[in-house]
Ligand binder design. Structure first.
Ligand SMILES: [Zn+2]
Ligand SMILES: [Zn+2]
Length: 321
């Protein structure tokens, strides 16, 4: 079978890898059909590292994965459309034992060096982390990974119809978080500094504005841009909650503002126990999620797609295998 490897920064190679029908107990074989390209894939392609995770040998890219099963499990039947959760936790540490397995220090997460990702024709994977997504297309099912980030953060926030929610950053994570917040019944506004991103949020049916046009304060603010923590803090009202989803931000928070307004700041790292809810939300909003499905490419086009920075033009690009 074929797999798409990042050999070194800027170098993509499609290589043959061994295929097997030797499926261990508790595992499922999946024919991968859809892998969404994420900012982290692009980042590894450009720089060969994210923080302490450094590409030291060729690695298969991709972690936003859906496909069709080729074997039977306990709940999953051959031929099911499924989404794959990309992180396999150790299931032994204190975080795993308390359900916070996103914090597991030994988690093996697709396309995070040295763990290979999902851009390959077949994967044999624990059934426990494979989710049925019948009724969705494989491309829609693949959105359950980025949707999970929003499901997790909005679940932690405990928001409801009484809450005014602001989402700072209208990229794919921001918009998917907006869908999750709306699913809780909250009144949702998005903002960004980039008009193209605002247009995408509006295309998905949301109220979206330039940052400069946001004058109100909100009960709950989700910072999804990774670049506007201070702005997001200043839009969080008295007694409110600020969730930091975007990574890479270096601008500071103001302890005086936080304490005098009694704001609670929450860090968010990936997600846990979210995929079934993510799939439900995708089903609910599938018509409004169409802008996420506009750009599809084959594995042979990925190299030129990355070289030409085409990802800058689309809300989401999906590699179809
Ligand atoms: Zn991702
Ligand atoms: Zn663990």
């Amino acid at each position: 079978m074929k797999g798409v490897f990042l050999e070194s920064p800027g170098v993509i190679k499609i290589k043959d890898i061994d295929d097997t029908d030797d499926i261990p107990e508790g595992f499922i074989k999946i024919r991968v059909k859809s892998v969404g390209i994420c900012g982290s894939d692009v980042h590894y392609y450009l720089h060969g590292r994210i923080g302490d995770f450094v590409l030291e040998k060729p690695m298969i890219l991709g972690h936003e994965t859906a496909g069709i099963t080729e074997s039977n499990g306990n709940n999953i039947r051959k031929g099911d459309i499924v989404a794959i959760e990309p992180g396999l936790p150790c299931e032994k540490c204190k975080y795993c034992k308390t359900g916070r397995y996103n914090l597991c220090p030994d988690i093996k997460f697709f396309a995070t060096p040295p763990v290979d990702g999902s851009l390959r024709e077949y994967i044999i994977y624990p059934e426990e982390f494979v989710y049925r997504a019948g009724g969705l297309t494989t491309n829609e099912a693949g959105l359950s990974e980025p949707m999970s980030v929003g499901v997790y953060a909005t679940g932690k926030a405990g928001i409801g119809p009484e809450n005014n929610v602001l989402i700072v950053g209208s990229g794919s994570v921001g918009i998917l978080t907006a869908f999750s917040a709306e699913a809780h019944g909250s009144n949702v506004t998005l903002c960004d500094i980039n008009m193209d991103k605002i247009k995408y949020a509006r295309k998905c049916g949301f109220a979206a504005f330039l940052n400069d046009e946001i004058h109100d304060k909100y009960d709950t603010v989700f910072e999804c841009s990774g670049m506007a923590t201070e702005f997001a803090q200043n839009k969080t009202g008295k007694g409110g909650d600020l969730f930091l989803i975007g990574m890479g931000n270096t601008s500071g928070l103001n302890p005086l503002y936080i304490s005098s307004n009694e704001i609670t700041v929450h860090g968010i790292f990936r997600y846990s126990n979210t995929f079934n809810d993510a799939i439900k939300i995708i089903k609910k909003y599938r018509n409004r999620l169409k802008p996420f499905l506009e750009k599809n490419i084959g594995i042979d086009n990925l190299d030129s797609y990355l070289k030409n920075k085409e990802y800058e033009k689309y809300l989401k690009t999906i590699v179809e295998l």
